[in-house]
Write a protein of this length. Structure first.
Length: 287
């Protein structure tokens, strides 16, 4: 289901060159978010996907010193005119190391989730409502009274995600934010995030180096390599370009090889269930 069109991210010939470096680390990139809830940026180590996520989160220029070129707007405002603190109420970034994103100054998960809304000076009843909502969306109710220092990696990822949701962002950036969760738990959270985004008119950009399970939820994608765009469009259309850059189960690499030889006539399956159905169909047709 598509959400109402929002002018959130628009990149045109966008580049980023870190301080002290001659050539751009990122770009040139052209990107306008489609109307879907989810969008995914695929890329391996060194592809530039984390740098792009940090730039969109407002890290430039305080956290990322350098020079930007071309045009980049967030919510219709040039990127260079927005700082991290100004964007915090609109944009939230969750990265793959959750313990590094915990505040370190709270004594329970509910206090950790309240930390951001409290800094917005929201009324107490609104803060409590946001805590309940964030815990529910992330299936973390049982962690409410736990001390953040006692959380496992997967539990901490859920809590950091809950902290981001409690800010009610219009743009949620998830940079390998499910790396410590099982595929089943990741799918459950993606389903919940889809509900959240539709309810709150929020867009979600995933930054991933693995094909599944995000491909099932993201109709369109961008593939990055060495800071530049290799392909952009429907996940099925960028599938071949992505295979050379990301991690994917062996079955999908086989499908890629078959498709490159025009020996895979059906659509690319984007989940394990779709894979089983596709192989059954191929077997039935071969009889």
């Amino acid at each position: 289901m598509a959400v109402a069109k929002l002018d959130i991210v628009n990149l045109q010939a966008f580049t980023f060159t870190p301080q002290g470096v001659e050539k751009p680390l990122l770009g040139p990139l052209n990107l306008t978010l489609p109307d879907d809830v989810f969008f995914v940026v695929y890329g391996g180590n060194g592809s530039g996907k984390s740098t792009l996520a940090q730039l969109l989160a407002g890290w430039y220029p305080e956290q990322l010193a350098g020079t930007i070129g071309g045009s980049a707007t967030l919510f219709g405002v040039p990127l260079e005119q927005k700082c991290l603190t100004e964007l915090a109420a609109q944009v939230q970034l969750v990265q793959q190391s959750p313990q590094l994103q915990l505040s370190g100054c709270t004594f329970s998960v509910e206090e950790e989730i309240a930390f951001g809304p409290e800094n917005l000076a929201l009324p107490t009843d609104e803060i409590l409502r946001r805590i309940d909502e964030a815990l529910s969306y992330t299936h973390s109710e049982h962690l409410r009274l736990r001390h953040p220092a006692t959380l496992s990696g997967g539990e901490a990822q859920r809590v950091v995600l809950a902290c981001a949701l409690a800010m009610h962002p219009r743009l949620l950036l998830l940079d390998e934010a499910f790396s410590r969760l099982t595929p089943k738990a990741t799918e459950q959270l993606l389903t919940q995030l889809k509900r959240y985004a539709e309810d709150r008119l929020c867009r979600i950009i995933l930054f991933e180096r693995t094909l599944l399970p995000t491909a099932k939820y993201c109709p369109q994608a961008l593939v990055l390599s060495s800071g530049q765009s290799l392909a952009e469009g429907l996940v099925s259309d960028i599938f071949h370009a992505a295979m050379g850059q990301i991690n994917a189960p062996a079955a999908w690499r086989v499908i890629d090889q078959l498709a490159s030889r025009q020996a895979w006539p059906t659509d690319i399956p984007l989940s394990e269930r779709a894979l089983i159905g596709a192989f059954k169909e191929q077997y039935a047709n071969s009889k």
